[in-house]
Every structure is written in C-alpha cells, then in structure tokens.
Design a protein. Structure first.
Length: 213
C-alpha cells in the first residue's frame, strides 16, 4: 500500500470516529466554550471591581490625608505646649505650671483622655490645651525687706541704778558688766528689795556692785 493510500485511510478513520462520536464531541466542545466565556466574564468583573476599589481607597487616603492635615493645624492652634512627665509629677502641679491654677487639671485630663484617678507616669507626653485659667492657686508673693530697728541700749555704771519697765537681773548685768551670767551678784546686793529674782519693780533704786575679778 502506498503512502497516499495510508494517509487517506487514516483521514477516513478519523472522520468516521468524529461522526460516530459527534454528540459527545459537541457536548465537550460546548462545555469548553462555556468555561472559557465564564472565565472571560469573571476576569472582566474582577478587573473592574479592583479598579473601583483602588479608586475608592485612593480617595479615602487622600481625604484622610487632607483631614489629618487640617486637624493637625487646628489641634496645634488649640494647644499651649506639650509636657513630658517627670518622676514625682501630678496633674494638679502641672496645671499650676501652665495656668497658675491647679483646677485646670481637668482640662489636661480631657485633652489627653486620662480617666479615673488621673494617674500619669514618668516619660508620658501630655498635650497642654489652650484654655482659660480657672481660680488661681498660685499667688506670687513679692519679698519685702524689713529693716530691723536698732534699739540703743545704754550702759549702766557701778553704783545706784533706777529700774525701768522691762528690766531683769540678766539685762541689767549685760548693760553693767557685759555678761548676763553675772546677774546673781546684782540679785544678792538687792535681795532685801526683791526677794524673788524673777520679779523686779520699776522705778526702784538698786545697787550695782563693783565686779571683782
């Protein structure tokens, strides 16, 4: 058999196969076409939704960026300063630092969303809002210089001395001898006048004995 005849026979066999299985092949081909079309439709809608989602995301990001920028500017305008908490700090004294009123601690708590007992920790950064000061709790006291009055004390000579209001044996000894510890000498010299060493009457003549060294 020649090559041409062999080829013709193969073609006839193939055509015969397709003819005998025409229904099956049509069904398979139809299924393939449906799958391909479904894939194309799915891919179309997936691409469209992805673009729509990306566009929405970009719009949200742009809006958020604009809003955050605006809010930052507004918030910055509403703040006085920021303050980093150090060990031993409390909200009352921090408020006094910025407002001279401890009662403004409630404004600091509100700005920083601090609840409960207002517990703060070292290293915490607080936002200090721009608000009016409440009742002042810090009062500036200007130091005043008081000039001490120098009282002239006259010395007492040995001999007679007339007592004055406010005198004591100690003060008389200081003025007479320059040594308050010598008061017993004056007391013993005038014991007949004042039996109680803690009591001396004014306008009484007493004796100031000579101090023997």
């Amino acid at each position: 058999m020649s090559k041409g005849q062999t080829a013709n026979k193969r073609i006839k066999n193939i055509l015969k196969f397709f003819k005998l299985n025409e229904n099956t092949i049509s069904t398979v081909m139809g299924g393939v076409v449906v799958v391909v079309i479904a894939g194309l439709i799915f891919n179309y809608f997936r691409t469209a939704n992805l673009k729509s989602w990306q566009g929405t995301l970009l719009s949200q990001q742009e809006a958020a960026s604009t809003t955050n920028s605006d809010n930052s500017a507004v918030n910055a305008d509403k703040l006085v300063d920021s303050y980093t908490v150090v060990k031993g700090d409390d909200l009352w004294h921090i408020a006094e630092k910025f407002y001279r009123s401890g009662y403004n601690y409630v404004d600091i708590m509100k700005e920083n969303k601090i609840t409960g007992a207002g517990v703060i920790v070292a290293g915490q950064v607080l936002r200090i809002p721009k608000v009016d000061a409440k009742k002042l709790t810090v009062v500036e006291v200007k130091p005043t210089i008081v000039k001490a009055e120098t009282k002239q004390v006259s010395l007492i000579a040995v001999g007679e001395y007339t007592t004055q209001k406010g005198d004591s044996y100690w003060s008389i000894a200081v003025r007479a001898y320059g040594d308050g510890f010598q008061w017993p000498k004056i007391y013993w010299a005038n014991k007949t006048l004042f039996t109680d060493p803690d009591v001396i009457f004014a306008n009484t003549k007493i004796t100031i004995p000579k101090l023997v060294k």
